[in-house]
Write a protein of this length. Structure first.
Length: 580
């Protein structure tokens, strides 16, 4: 009795003590080679049994001699000695495919080269799954345990070696149709080898059937040809015929999508939902946000993804704070800072040291609240990051000290629509009416003017000025007109309306958009909108009603203006194509 590795070592010692290798070599060369190789294989099998026992967690168990002998006999029954160089005197030998590496012959016939059998699928591993095997290999730093992909690669290697055995002639056979069944089609590897060699497949009675096709070629040719070719393939191989029919259907679908994207129109497979009105109506929001309208203006198909399918932006899993949370944090600090100053009746910002001290105090309280909610990323990274955020906010407040002191914050984080208690903006009439909700970051005002300040924490972009151009209102910019309407409703009587972006990273403001309540852009009633159209102006309400009307009609084409930052590229599959 002893441990498995002890038994293996004793066997090796017995063979050495008896001089088995020396005695086996005292005969004619062919027999001597066979016997010495068999003895070497015997030692290898004993070692393999010991390793297998250890993998089962029984490496330290003491095994009786009878149990060890039984395990060794089972392993020896499955073991195969190394192959002889070649059969002598034109004899025929039968070898398993796994022994093909190392074999050579004038002619070789590979039998059973049918689908699913050549290369042979490796047997399943009952002990360890691939995840555990990969973990062991990673720790060991080498391929200590083969994974399923490695075993598949080994099976493919054996199949190629089987094809390489014959130096002069190679034949491949597979089960044909007959009294015992329909047989099987040749495997893809067999077809590719035969086609590459220019061989012919022999049919019943030895009649040639022409050059074979690979499975890929058969599917492609049947998909591109007419129904007759598909029916012919179905009679020969129903499974390939089903795949060819599927390929044809998907090809037509992709062609329809490509043509629709090129024409910048919706189609059945590219954003046309006109036949799904009930489901579409249930998916659309009761109250829209200006951001959703801008998403549609950027690409209508993004409305399909984000609004109809409600696919959110991908979550980040970085150690650093999420950029969206960083923007919300900056908004919260500035909102609390200005609100506390308003409640305390403090004068306009002048750049005094106490203003910076107050901002630091507010920022520290806000940082702690966000950290308690787990919204600042890894604490160790945030400890260094928050200094940069605070410095940025200090620069913003210092820069604001140079702005017009007559404009004081009047609205901070002002919400309308939704659950805010403030009615939404209603644009249009009847069934075409569109309700908007939103939140204004900040509005500064005096008796004559109001200035909408929309904070932007994104990195510097060259198009902030273009987004505030008059021609962008109601075309690509829906936030500024909607927020100015909400601000003018909350602070009536101002004769001048303006809007700008507060760029938090650069501590500056974009050139402001200037307008007035009488501008046709802000016409709300039916009569006022008609008069504005008569003057050649396009009311914002008309632009919103028209845009939402297209959405309600199910027209959501893949027609992007800009694909930058879009997370739906895998859905539309036409990223950066079709843009004007």
């Amino acid at each position: 009795a002893g441990r498995a590795r002890d038994h293996a070592e004793r066997l090796r010692g017995v063979l050495a003590h008896l001089g088995a290798q020396r005695r086996a070599a005292r005969t004619e060369p062919g027999l001597a080679r066979r016997d010495t190789e068999a003895l070497v294989r015997l030692e290898d099998v004993a070692d393999e049994v010991a390793r297998a026992v250890a993998m089962l967690g029984r490496g330290q168990d003491v095994l009786p001699a009878s149990e060890w002998r039984a395990l060794l006999e089972v392993a020896l029954d499955r073991a195969v000695a190394p192959p002889a160089p070649e059969a002598a005197a034109d004899a025929v030998e039968l070898w398993p495919v796994r022994e093909a590496p190392g074999l050579t012959a004038r002619a070789a016939i590979v039998i059973g080269a049918g689908q699913g059998a050549f290369p042979a699928a490796p047997p399943p591993e009952p002990l360890l799954r691939d995840a555990e095997r990969i973990a062991v290999n990673r720790v060991a730093g080498r391929l200590a345990l083969p994974t399923s992909s490695a075993r598949r690669a080994e099976a493919l290697h054996q199949a190629f070696c089987a094809l390489a055995v014959g130096r002069e002639t190679v034949g491949l056979t597979w089960a044909g149709s007959g009294p015992e069944g329909p047989g099987s089609a040749p495997s893809a590897l067999a077809l590719e080898v035969l086609a590459a060699a220019g061989a012919e497949v022999a049919g019943p009675g030895g009649r040639p059937t022409g050059l074979p096709q690979t499975a890929r070629e058969a599917i492609r040719n049947a998909a591109l040809a007419g129904d007759a070719a598909l029916a012919e393939l179905a009679a020969a191989d129903p499974r390939l015929a089903r795949r060819a029919a599927s390929a044809r259907q998907r090809g037509r679908l992709e062609l329809d999508r490509a043509e629709a994207v090129s024409a910048r129109v919706a189609s059945r497979w590219a954003g046309a939902l006109s036949d799904r009105q009930e489901e579409l109506a249930a998916a659309l929001p009761v109250e829209w946000t200006p951001s959703q309208l801008e998403v549609h203006a950027r690409c209508a198909y993004q409305t399909f993804g984000h609004v109809v399918l409600r696919l959110g932006e991908p979550e980040t899993a970085e150690l650093d704070i999420d950029p969206r949370d960083e923007g919300r944090l900056a908004h919260a600090v500035l909102e609390r800072f200005h609100r506390e100053r308003l409640q305390g009746g403090t004068p306009p910002l002048s750049g005094a040291p106490e203003e910076s001290d107050h901002l630091r105090e507010v920022a520290e309280r806000t940082f702690e609240a966000f950290a308690a909610d787990g919204r600042v990323g890894d604490p160790a990274v945030w400890a260094a990051r928050k200094g940069a955020v605070l410095s940025r906010l200090l620069r913003v407040v210092a820069a604001e000290a140079g702005e017009d002191p007559r404009l004081r914050p009047a609205l901070l984080e002002h919400e309308f629509g939704g659950g805010s208690g403030v009615p939404p903006l209603v644009l249009g009439e009847g069934r075409d009416a569109v309700r908007l909700r939103g939140r204004l970051d900040r509005v500064d005002a005096d008796a004559e003017r109001l200035l909408l300040i929309d904070y932007k924490d994104a990195r510097a972009r060259p198009d902030w000025k273009d987004r505030l151009a008059p021609e962008a209102m109601g075309e690509t910019n829906f936030q500024v007109p909607a927020y100015l309407l909400a601000a003018a409703r909350a602070l009536p009587g101002r004769r001048q309306l303006s809007a700008t972006y507060g760029l938090l990273r650069s501590a500056e403001r974009a050139p402001a958009f200037e307008s007035s309540p009488g501008d046709g852009l802000f016409a709300m009633t039916r009569e006022a909108r008609s008069a504005a159209r008569g003057r050649g102006e396009r009311p914002f309400a008309d632009a919103v009603v028209e845009l939402v009307g297209r959405v309600r009609a199910g027209e959501l084409p893949i027609a992007p203006r800009d694909c930058a930052g879009c997370s739906l590229g895998a859905l539309c599959r036409f990223e950066n194509r079709g843009a004007p």
